[in-house]
Design a protein around this ligand. Structure first.
Ligand code: ADP
Ligand code: TRP
Length: 338
């Protein structure tokens, strides 16, 4: 049956670094594609207050907020189609977070994976205080995330598999509230995980991640891009020796941007024993060709904070309309209504 109310799809983007090819393929490209589905209404936002849990350099937080927003727009996010906003512009999020905290069993937070990972790290380091270095923002991170999601009535939340647990926590909290007041106050969200979603390898062959310092930033200038490509790890097979494309980071990256025909031709070159130097040259040429235009758009946008502010402002106005309705419903349900 055709539903008249579009399903709300929502995701948050933490502004903690310059986006790399892994972010693009794993998060930006699929989210932009989803925003073109006419049965859905997309709300995407920069989760700047989430970033504050770990990022305490004010200039960096501000710079990344603009640069990450510029990157998404340069890579196809259309602010006319997507409600694109900054989390910090929506005060309703923080009020709702408090309400949700009052319904969140403390044990649920103890089991959240980011907190558990911090504890485990302390344990391994022989630290006597297992909570060392854990601030309450990190500890209650999933509650703020639940507020982001539930406030906007999101149904589908596209995230990487590392965030699945957080979406499940949001769903659990929504159910506690709905049950308590015997009403459907919140829509129950679900994580949307691209199961086939490739894990993009980085320069050293491990998962591309800023924590491993093995990334290729999407908008690196040509000389840097070329240098990075030439740093990609390869095995010791010699020119003329057939090479396995599936085991090659160069090939994995090439395939992300190439057409099927280009990929097939590159595969044949591997079978014919292409030299690593030439494979790298081919990857660099392809990246440069496909990233040149988005890079130019990015450079123009990132310097125009006023334009980005206007986009954020329009996004916040639209998002706050939804937020206001939800919050009213919540206040009424819990007895804060005047
Ligand atoms: P990083 O690992 O560099 O810190 P983030 O954790 O900020 O990256 O990731 C933001 C988004 O990009 C997440 O949705 C994540 O799943 C996706 N992503 C990050 N790295 C990769 C990768 N190497 N391959 C595929 N997707 C990735
Ligand atoms: N926690 C997410 C991340 O680290 C970012 C995020 C914040 C988010 N709020 C959200 C994602 C709400 C989806 C929905 O990547």
């Amino acid at each position: 049956m055709l539903s008249l109310t579009p399903e709300i799809v929502l995701t948050g983007i933490k502004p903690t670094g310059t986006p790399h090819l892994g972010n693009w393929v794993g998060a930006i490209r699929p989210a932009v594609a989803l925003s073109h589905d006419p049965r859905r209404r997309a709300l995407y936002f920069i989760a700047d207050y989430h970033a504050l849990t770990g990022l305490k350099n004010a200039e960096e937080l501000k710079t990344y907020t603009y640069s990450v927003a510029a990157a998404w727009i340069a890579l196809g996010l259309d602010p006319e189609r997507v409600i694109f906003y900054r989390q910090s512009d929506i005060p309703e999020v923080f009020e709702l977070a408090w309400v949700l905290a009052c319904f969140t069993p403390k044990g649920l937070m103890n089991r959240a994976h980011a907190y558990k990972a911090a504890i485990q790290k302390n344990q391994e380091a022989g630290e006597s205080d297992l909570d060392a270095g854990v601030n309450m923002g990190l500890y209650t991170y999933p509650i703020l995330m639940a507020a982001d999601i539930l406030l906007m009535n999101a149904r589908a939340v596209p995230v990487g598999s590392d965030q699945q647990q957080h979406v499940e926590i949001a769903r659990d909290i929504a159910q506690y509230v709905n049950r308590q007041y015997r009403a459907e106050i919140f829509t129950l969200p679900e994580a949307l995980i691209d199961e086939q979603g490739a894990v993009i390898p980085g320069l050293d062959g491990r998962k591309m991640s800023k924590s491993y310092r093995n990334t290729i930033p999407i908008f690196a200038p040509p000389e840097e891009l070329r240098k990075l490509v030439f740093r990609i790890a390869t095995d010791s097979s010699r020119p003329g020796e057939p090479k396995d494309p599936e085991a090659s980071t160069i090939f994995q990256l090439y395939r992300l941007l190439a057409t099927p025909e280009e990929t097939a031709a590159f595969r044949r070159a591997y079978e014919a024993g292409i030299a690593w130097k030439d494979a790298k040259e081919a990857l660099y040429a392809l990246l440069e060709e496909r990233l040149r235009d988005p890079r130019a758009r990015y450079q123009e946008l990132v310097q125009n904070r006023a334009a980005l502010d206007r986009i954020f402002e329009a996004g916040a106005t639209a998002a706050r309309e939804i937020a206001g309705d939800t919050l009213k419903r919540v206040r009424q349900a819990v007895g804060i209504a005047r």
